[in-house]
Design a protein around this ligand. Structure first.
Ligand code: NAD
Length: 359
């Protein structure tokens, strides 16, 4: 029976890369019935919102979505669709594998990291009080010796529930994907209560996996240095929201940047697979940008669906096309104005052709 998957093409260059990813995923032979749903800038005129309810209903119904990037309008009163999706569907785990593929320009050769970032709380919970507000004044009054009177305040909530949930996700991911080690990362030497709680929860969860998956802890500043110096020592990293955001971009940088970095936001009832990069609107309609990140997000989606063999084949095909370096987009060529660069859909064609060979 075919899987039903919500396909959100998105806006900007989203529809072009979504079409490339759809074709590449279909070429694996896994039967998928796509439930195409429109979200993004173009929907504002049609539906009055960039995220119509029909999109959320579809994801809830199907449990799995592949999503192209969506532009966040600046200063027009609309929330980011991406943030709204994560919050509404409680997609609490942000998964970002960062792996070096030969042929992608990078300073490193053997990076194979998976970053698991908590997506729902921490300083990103949106509990902020502006300079001079009554709330800020009341909070400053709690510890006037520690806060200047002209401070704006952000609150950092870290809960036991969310910490246990994300660390459990990281260990389960490690087990399911043959990973050997989970490293929890915080700044618990300074934030003893919030980050201390995260480490405590992580240690408790880790006990249940003893003998199957290794566990270790790092402080985030040291972690950044270690990732730059010896990334090959690390495997799965699990972090609270803010550190996770920063470290996952650092890790994407280690493997050659946005064009090849896939991602997923996963909850108990739904999972949305998407590239890390945005809608690159300046290239809209030019058949120019690299479809690899969304195709590799499709690889993650296939694994999530239990189609590991098809996922491995698609990943090998992508890797082979990149390693050959012939049918690749401008960003994967040695020079960005290389006239031999191919377009989005031609790179997808090359991946599909390679997929038939690696089968
Ligand atoms: P961006 O990732 O869209 O583009 C930055 C630059 O990176 C581009 O100009 C391009 O040079 C390069 N780039 C990005 N994707 C590429 C690809 N696939 N192939 C080749 N080159 C690529 O970042 P931005 O310009 O900061 O954001 C544009 C819009 O996208 C914003 O509205 C932002 O809010 C939104 N955004 C959406 C998502 C999402 O939907 N998940 C994520 C990030 C940003």
């Amino acid at each position: 029976m075919a899987y039903r998957v919500t396909l959100i093409p998105g806006d900007g260059t989203g529809p072009e890369i979504a079409e490339a990813a759809r074709r590449a995923i279909e070429a694996t032979g896994v039967a998928i019935e796509w439930d195409v749903q429109q979200a993004g800038m173009d929907q504002i005129e049609k539906s009055g919102t960039p995220l119509p309810d029909a999109v959320l209903d579809s994801i809830r119904r199907n449990g799995v979505a592949l999503k192209g990037p969506i532009t966040t309008p600046i200063g027009e009163g609309f929330r980011s669709v991406n943030v709204a999706l994560r919050q509404t569907l409680d997609l609490y785990a942000c998964l970002r594998p960062c792996k070096t593929y030969p042929g992608v320009r990078s300073r490193y050769t053997d990076v194979d990291l998976v970053i698991v970032r908590e997506n729902t709380e921490d300083l990103y919970a949106g509990v902020e009080f502006d300079l001079g507000s009554e709330e800020a004044k009341r909070i400053i009054a709690l510890a006037p010796e520690k806060m200047r009177p002209d401070s704006a305040i952000s609150i950092k909530p870290i809960s036991e529930t969310a910490s246990r949930r994300i660390v459990t996700f990281a260990f389960e991911y490690a087990l399911a994907n043959g990973r050997r080690k989970v490293t929890a990362v915080t700044k618990a030497n300074i934030m003893k209560f919030t980050d201390g709680l995260f480490f405590r929860a992580a240690r408790e969860v880790a006990e249940a996996y003893q003998g199957r998956v290794e566990y270790e802890e790092r402080l985030v500043d040291n972690m950044c240095m270690q990732l730059v110096q010896k990334p090959e020592l690390y495997d799965v990293l699990v972090l609270p929201n803010l550190y996770g955001d920063i470290v996952s971009d650092l890790a994407a940088g280690l493997v050659g940047g946005l064009g090849v970095a896939p991602g997923a936001n996963i909850g108990e009832k739904a999972a949305v697979f998407e590239a890390i990069h945005g809608s690159a609107p300046k290239y809209k309609g030019q058949n120019k940008v690299n479809p690899t990140a969304l195709i590799l997000s499709g690889v993650l989606m296939l694994r999530h669906l239990g189609e590991s063999e098809a996922a491995d084949r698609l990943e090998r095909a992508v890797a082979a096309v990149i390693a050959e370096g012939k049918s690749v987009t401008y960003d994967l060529k040695p020079h960005r104005d290389d006239p031999t660069a191919v377009g989005t859909s031609q790179m997808a064609d090359a991946i599909i052709a390679k997929l038939r060979q690696v089968t």
